[in-house]
Design a protein around this ligand. Sequence first.
Ligand code: KIV
Ligand code: NA
Length: 266
Amino acid sequence: TRRVTVRDLAAAKQRGDRWPMLTAYDALTAGVFDEAGIPVILVGDSAGNTHLGYENTVPVTMDEMAMMAGAVVRGTRRALVVADLPFGAYQASARQAFDNAVRLVKEAGVGAVKLEGGERVLPQVRLLVEAGIAVMGHLGLTPQSVHTLGGLRVQARDEAAAARLLRDAHALQEAGAFSVVLEAVPAELAAKVTAELSVPTIGIGAGPDCDAQVLVWPDMAGLTPGRTPKFVKKYADLRDVLGRAARAFADDVVAGSFPAAEHTYR
Ligand code: KIV
Ligand code: NA
C-alpha cells in the first residue's frame, strides 16, 4: 500500500470526485479512520480544544503538534497526514515557518503542513513549496486569530471581505498551495472559490459545493460536550456510549461482579 498523495487529490478535482477529511490526534483513532478509508487525516491544532483542554488553539505548541503528528503517522498506512503549524510557529517569517515545517516533516513524518491566512503568509508558502514541503492553506474563520477576529463567527459576509478571500485563495494557489480549507464562509462564496481554483477546496461550514469536506472528529462522533456549531453533523453518540461503558464498569467493580471467572487466572 502506498499513501495518498497531493497528486491523487489534484486528479480527484479533475474528475470532480468529492472526498472526506477528518482530524485525528493519536495513533489509535487515526488507525480507525485510515481503515475506514478516509484519504486525508488532519492533525489539527483543534487538539487544543478537543484533547489538550485549552480554551482555543492559541496555546498549542510545536512540541505538542510534533508528538501528535508522529503518533498519527505511525497509526496509519494509507492516508495523507497533514499537520497544522500552530500559532506562533510561522507568522514571524518564512524562515521560522520553514524550520517548524521541517520538524513536522522529518520528526513526525507528515506528508504536508497547514497554515492559516492569505496575503500575509505567501512568503512562507512559497519557501516551503520551493523546499519540497506540501502546503494546505486555510481561509475564512482562522481560529488562531481569535483575538483579532473578536470571536469565532461566520466570515466574509460583506462584499469587500468576500473579494479579499477570493483574492487570497488565488494567491495561495499561485504560491503553490495544493489545497485550501474554507472555514465558516457563506456557501455561495465557497462555491465561487471552488469553481475558480484548480486546486481542491476543503469546506467546514462552507456549504456543499467544496471539493472536499472536513469535520473535527469528536464533533462528528458526538464526543464533544455541550453545543457544537451549526455546520456539525453528529454521526454517532460516543459521549453517551463511552459514559455508559464507564458507569457499567464502575457499577460492576462496586458490586464485585467484575472480574468474573472468565477474566480470572487460576
Ligand atoms: O484544527 C483543525 O481541526 C482545523 C480544521 C477545522 C480545518 O484546522
Ligand atoms: Na487548525
